[in-house]
Design a protein around this ligand. Structure first.
Ligand code: SAM
Length: 254
């Protein structure tokens, strides 16, 4: 839908989505780097119209004031948005640079929630540093959500041990990506469901050294089924992307 004639439309090149830092029922505010970029680089002016996500809803929004520290918008009509992929990712903590890349790509591919898990084979120094790293992971998903024009930001939980993470999973279908599984593919497991709309999925991906036998047993006791992504052993970040791509192909309408 076109914006009202009285507003100055900022044009398709600038129709990137902005995720508000704060909001009320009628206004939204960007702060910090986002505000600086919009005010300084894109030279936002009062009257220009952008798309802004506030409180999980996407709005057309008109700039009321713009300075490097703060851009304030009046929220206009709510726009239709695509739903996140109904996938909850349990991601064992592994080498941070690889893991962060995986988290960014998982966000682009639509994951709704990411739970970092301290696995038995997560390296000790990574387990110890994970709690402090979560703020950075949340920044990454926020930036990736904005860049990929999502209208929501995936939830990133605090890192916890596997047993606690499993207790927080409510998805109906729970699938453990396991390089030891040779028959049951992720694709086949997702195809079992007849109603795509009702399907919510949890996917678990192990650390560089894989899950221990004890952890595998814990998954099985909690109703998780083992699935394969094929005969090759993938790095954890590759398995994350491949797993989500299969979910997107099976669960998402084009
Ligand atoms: N245990 C391993 C080893 O041989 O050292 C490798 C673990 S792999 C690097 C990390 C994780 O990616 C695994 O725990 C699993 O969740 C996932 N993964 C890797 N290849 C896979 C495959 N072919 N099918 C399903 N999951 C896979």
């Amino acid at each position: 839908m076109l914006p009202p004639a009285t507003t100055q439309y900022a044009g398709p090149m600038t129709r990137r989505r902005w995720i508000a830092d704060t909001w009320t029922e009628t206004s939204a505010t960007l702060q910090g780097e986002q505000a600086g970029h919009l005010a300084r680089v894109l030279r936002a002016q009062p009257g220009q119209v952008f798309d802004v996500v506030a409180n999980g809803f996407l709005h057309r929004a008109e700039v009321l004031s713009a300075s490097e520290g703060e851009v304030v918008f009046a929220l206009k009509e709510q726009l239709e948005v695509e739903a996140a992929l109904p996938v909850h990712l349990l991601l064992a903590v592994f080498k941070f640079d690889h893991m962060e890349w995986g988290i960014e790509k998982a966000t682009e591919l639509g994951a709704a929630r990411i739970s970092p898990v301290i696995a038995r084979r997560t390296e000790k120094h990574l387990s110890q540093a994970a709690a402090k790293r979560v703020q950075r992971w949340r920044r990454i998903v926020r930036e990736a959500a904005q860049q990929s024009r999502r209208s929501d930001v995936p939830l990133v939980d605090d890192p916890v041990a596997l047993k606690t993470a499993l207790e927080g999973v409510s998805a109906e279908k729970r699938l453990l990506l396991a390089e030891t599984e040779q028959e049951n593919s992720l694709r086949n497991e997702l195809a079992r469901e007849t109603s795509r709309e009702s399907q919510s999925v949890a996917l678990a991906i192990g650390p560089e050294g894989g899950w221990t036998a004890e952890e595998m047993a814990l998954f099985s006791q909690s109703g998780w089924r083992h699935v394969t992504l094929g005969p090759r052993i993938l790095r954890a970040e590759t398995a994350t992307i491949a797993g989500l791509a299969v979910c997107a192909a099976m669960l998402q309408e084009p």
